[in-house]
Write a protein that binds this ligand. Structure first.
Ligand code: DX5
Ligand code: ZN
Length: 231
């Protein structure tokens, strides 16, 4: 396992009337802020677009981890990169030419990632592994926060890492959906580099305390697992 496992809180279930406060509450514990962009077509929900990303970017120095769940990502990559997205992931099945989207994300100065939903086989991802910085392994069907993690998806983390190693490339793996304190150990054991945590942080009464607790469990579990693998 690599260095510190990163935390990317998803604001999907945050109090949008007090979004600035929600972000300030999680900042000390976060490596990214995860922004779920949904278009009501690729997934059955609508969230926000580049304007909101730009607004969030203005109030935080934490890098923005933008997860696009939209059709036609080529049309939107530039706007999200300009809005301040530091890394941008999109779904394998959301466009015809993933390679050109990856190239566009890089050209606009962001780090490219590909997301894979539970129903999408990993072979659809494989041709692009050498071109991207990270894979988002969805452990829920995308569209909504607060769902239950599908544990059978966690095998994908190791499978992707093995594919990448065989190809002589490196990709980070982010696990997204249903992650909470009581399944973090399982998620980290899979070899995950970054965890997205939404409702377990933002749908709580004390957002700051919830983020601190996730960070604590994350650091102590990854230290224990590192100890196990290095001995
Ligand atoms: C689902 C989103 C996830 C989700 C995470 O479509 O991509 O980022 O909001 O939220 P929880 O942790 O509540 O599953
Ligand atoms: Zn997400």
């Amino acid at each position: 396992m690599d260095a510190k496992v990163k935390l990317s809180p998803s604001v999907l279930n945050a109090d949008f009337a007090n979004l600035g406060k929600a972000i300030r509450d999680v900042e000390p514990y976060s490596d990214y802020i995860h922004l779920d962009v949904m278009d009501g077509h690729f997934v059955p929900n609508i969230t926000f677009g580049p304007m909101v990303v730009e607004t969030i970017k203005r109030i935080t120095d934490v890098p923005i981890d933008c997860h696009l769940m939209i059709y036609n990502p080529p049309e939107w990559v530039e706007a999200f990169a300009d809005a301040g997205a530091d890394r941008i992931s999109f779904h394998v099945r959301s466009c015809r030419d993933a390679e050109s989207v990856i190239r566009a994300i890089k050209a606009f100065g962001a780090s490219p990632g590909l997301a894979v939903s539970p129903e999408v086989p990993l072979f659809e991802l494989k041709p692009f592994l050498g071109m991207i910085d990270f894979v988002v392994v969805m452990c829920v069907y995308p569209g909504f926060g607060g769902q239950k993690l599908m544990p059978e998806m966690l095998n994908r983390v190791g499978a992707i890492k093995r594919d990448a190693t065989e190809m002589g490339v490196f990709v980070e793996v982010e696990v997204d959906g249903g992650v909470k304190a009581d399944n973090l150990e399982q998620v980290l054991q899979a070899g995950t580099d970054t965890v997205v945590v939404g409702s377990s942080i933002f749908a709580t009464l004390d957002v700051s305390a919830a983020a601190a607790e996730i960070r604590r469990v994350l650091d102590s579990t990854s230290a224990t697992l590192r100890g196990c693998t290095s001995s």
